[in-house]
Design a binder for this molecule. Sequence first.
Ligand SMILES: Nc1nc2c(ncn2[C@@H]2O[C@H](COP(=O)(O)OP(=O)(O)OP(=O)(O)O)[C@@H](O)[C@H]2O)c(=O)[nH]1
Length: 235
Amino acid sequence: MKTEDKNNVAKVRLAVIGKSHVGKSALTVRYLTRRYIGEYRSNTDLLYRQTLNVNNNPLEVEVVDVCSCELSLFPEEAIYWADACVVVYDVTCKESLTHAAELLERVIQLRSQLPIVLLGNKSDLEHLRQVEEVEGRTLAIQNNCQFHEVSVAENSKAIYTSIDSILNECRSVQGTQKTRKFSVSKMIGTLIGSTNGKVAPNTNQGGTVVVCHKADLYRSRILRRRQNFTATASL
Ligand SMILES: Nc1nc2c(ncn2[C@@H]2O[C@H](COP(=O)(O)OP(=O)(O)OP(=O)(O)O)[C@@H](O)[C@H]2O)c(=O)[nH]1
């Protein structure tokens, strides 16, 4: 993709959180690559970058897969950085639902408007089920977020529909915000004869995943801006 096209592609940042072993890495890799990999290293957060085709439009997606979501190490930076959040629990582990409930509370305290989807993973393990679907659905309703039970192992369609839908929601919000800014740049562009505003061709569905160090996230301007905004708002 040419640089000028790349600059016109919307970008959405997603944080995937949940108790250890619920399937966050498997979900992230499944969503981005359509592949299922059984075992992952789990001692580091990973940041993935990929340009996807979401609803027939290219979208640059960054996903941080947070390896430890123990409440004492709540991933505050990831939540400030993200435009949306996926909270995962494991239907075969009751504790993971309690954990998800606590994470949801913390996320909403920090970013009350953040779009969230709650996913109950490992629905293929029906014989080991400890969490009924209605419990997950109730938690989602209480926290005003989307909800699906999925099996990353069995490639549930809801993995794609739910994440696509939340990414689209973010893109629409950004689109509205950008329209205001764009009218100014468009006016300047017209004055100096710029041809900005080309729609990038959709070339990259299923491209490669680049694994980045999470320090990239902590250096990002968006994170500092949102942290400062919250600090100022609470003065
Ligand atoms: N049966 C089944 N196993 C799954 C599913 N998704 C993930 N797993 C398995 O669950 C285990 C944990 O998956 P991970 O993706 O490493 O979980 P994680 O939440 O990233 O774990 P941490 O990195 O420790 O936080 C692995 O053995 C996966 O193969 C699923 O849908 N069904």
